[in-house]
Design a protein around this ligand. Structure first.
Ligand code: FAD
Length: 522
């Protein structure tokens, strides 16, 4: 017999299967020796009260053995000679689009401007240590896209639980721990993601798909409002009438290309602010209301939202036990974001703290039309680069100093390896952003006692939160509203925000695209 229960236990009991078993037996009146196995279906931490609890959804096997059902990948047919789909970008959207194309019987040809995950590491070292930004290979560009060297958080606001579960299962099939199917807030970690991404690419190639690195698309060939091919940086062209465009939120040259070719794009709201770093111990103390976290709780995340004078200000991409990374994609700019290893065992916690921006906020750049948000974002990144000293050092300020408008006389070393330049955030940001951040941090300090401290350091800017542009598509066919055969996809097109939602959108576009091919071949 199998029974499903939900139960709340201490973190210590949750960590010891035997003690959990005794607790379940006692609570449900089941003889201990009749319980053969307890399978954890869902796990979440409830830190709202002083005595922290772990909520578990369990399947209890009573007088019945548990038979493990391994996750199996879908059948991927050989597509070497199948109809082709060109996919631009090997981020989560592009890679999951490629897998889905194969599953449905088409051959994906993935074109990626960056390098494979291993070669990419050298360029990450170069930006971190030598302040050299490679415009094709960096924290945003290269195999696996922006998500490869990240915290690998896998939660999303998508309500489509079935779609989310499918992506999580695929990730497990390609090597992720099966705990991501159980945890309420799963994450993978920078050290594990490259292996999973490599396994996905190997599967694509093994089944007859193609993945080309160092292959930047610089133009689209369009005839009679239909895509006819793509041009590469080396001048060669690939003829195709099916293109999934999954180039991410940092591919500014693609947005410019579309605009120059009079292919419709729209400015869209996004969010921008700073990345703040606290000692992880302090965040644990605030969130777990204890002096020391102890061995049974993970480094604590936090999530906070406030309305500040009619604008939302919120934590974004919080990385417990993580590191702040230099995420510029061009020389002459600085950008921050964060990553964590799978154990989240670094001594610092960082988070983007960003405020909502509206399209009206970019009016100073309105001469750039739908690119106004891109130019606004770029202007802040370039100005921060100047203030930081024209290297990958970023302007930084202690948190209380920032709120009180004082330049920090000294700054501690933080996890941001290229280095810090003490600066007034009031110089880096337009006044309305700076003031909102100051007021918002005060409000955060009231909700999270201890958060507003000079032990925390603010780094500027956190600017690549989501795409400043939307590429419109038909809601049914998913093709661009003007260009037949062009499928705007993933975060860069404005249809995703994060690894999971980008992967889901990749699958969706592949399905829509393959459906048109197969309906013609039948
Ligand atoms: P991208 O991942 O941006 O992929 C686009 C790809 O297209 C890139 O590989 C790029 O090189 C390629 N490309 C661009 N232009 C061209 C061109 N002209 N020709 C050929 N190829 C091109 N999200 C989470 O959900 N959880 C996290 O923990 C998380 N942490 C992050 C940490 C960091 C440091 C960063 C930078 C991002 C993080 N994100 C995280 C965001 C997440 O990575 C993105 O939301 C996601 O990768 C978007 O997927 P995508 O496929 O739409 O685009």
């Amino acid at each position: 017999m199998q029974h499903e229960f939900t139960i709340q236990v201490s973190p210590e009991i949750a960590a010891h299967p035997d003690r959990l078993k005794s607790k379940v037996a006692h609570k449900n009146g089941i003889p201990l020796d009749e319980i053969r196995h307890i399978q954890v279906l869902k796990r979440s931490i409830d830190a709202r009260q002083r005595a922290i609890k772990v909520n578990l959804k369990l399947k209890v096997y009573v007088q019945e053995d548990f038979i493990e059902q391994p996750i199996v990948l879908p059948e991927y047919p050989d597509v070497s000679n199948a109809p082709e789909v060109v996919i631009i970008g090997a981020g989560p959207a592009g890679l999951f689009a490629a897998l889905r194309c194969i599953e449905l019987g088409c051959k994906p040809i993935v074109l990626e401007r960056g390098k494979d995950v291993q070669a990419r590491r050298r360029d990450l070292k170069a930006i971190t240590r030598d302040h050299i930004v490679n415009e094709d290979s960096n924290y945003c560009f290269g195999e696996g896209g922006a998500g490869t060297y990240s915290d690998g958080k896998l939660y999303t606001r998508s309500k489509k639980r079935g779609d989310v579960h499918r992506i999580l299962e695929l990730l497990v099939g390609f090597g992720a721990t099966d705990q991501i199917l159980v945890e309420a807030h799963p994450h993978i970690g920078t050290n594990k993601l490259p292996g999973i991404i490599t396994a996905i690419r190997e599967k694509i190639v093994e089944r007859g798909g193609e993945v080309h690195f160092d292959t930047r698309v610089i133009d689209f060939e369009i005839k009679n409002s239909e895509i006819n091919g793509v041009t590469l940086l080396d001048g060669s062209t690939i003829a195709t009438n099916k293109v999934i465009l999954a180039t991410g939120h940092s591919a500014r040259d693609i947005f410019t290309l579309l605009y120059d070719k009079k292919i419709e794009i729209e400015a869209k709201p996004f969010a921008l602010g700073v990345r703040v770093e606290h000692p992880q111990k302090l965040i644990d103390q605030i969130q777990y209301s204890c002096e020391v976290r102890g061995p049974y709780l993970p480094p604590s995340p936090y999530s906070i939202v406030k309305q500040v004078k009619g604008r939302g200000m919120y934590s974004f991409c919080m990385c417990p036990g993580g590191v702040i990374a230099p995420c510029a994609t061009s020389p002459g700019e600085v950008v921050t974001n964060g990553w964590s290893p799978s154990k989240r065992d670094q001594p610092t916690a960082n988070s983007g703290i960003v405020i909502e921006l509206r399209v009206e906020d970019f009016k100073e750049f309105s001469k750039y039309g739908p690119l106004s948000g891109v130019y606004f974002q770029k202007s802040i990144e370039q100005y921060a680069w100047q203030v930081g000293g024209k290297t990958q050092k970023v302007p930084a300020q202690k948190l209380v100093d920032m709120v009180e408008g004082r330049i920090s006389t000294n700054l501690p070393e933080t996890s941001y390896k290229p280095g810090l330049t003490s600066a007034d955030m009031g110089v880096v940001f337009p006044k309305f952003i700076h003031q909102t951040l100051q007021d918002g941090f005060k409000a955060f300090g009231k909700s999270m006692k201890g958060y507003l401290t000079n032990d925390a350091v603010v780094h500027a800017p956190e600017s690549r939160t989501s795409s400043p542009v939307r590429i419109p598509r038909d809601w049914k066919t998913l093709e661009h509203t003007q260009i037949k055969g062009l499928y705007p996809c993933g975060e860069g097109a404005g249809y995703a925000g994060g690894i999971i939602s980008a992967a889901i959108d990749g699958e969706k576009c592949a399905q829509a695209c393959v459906a048109t091919i197969l309906s013609k071949t039948v």
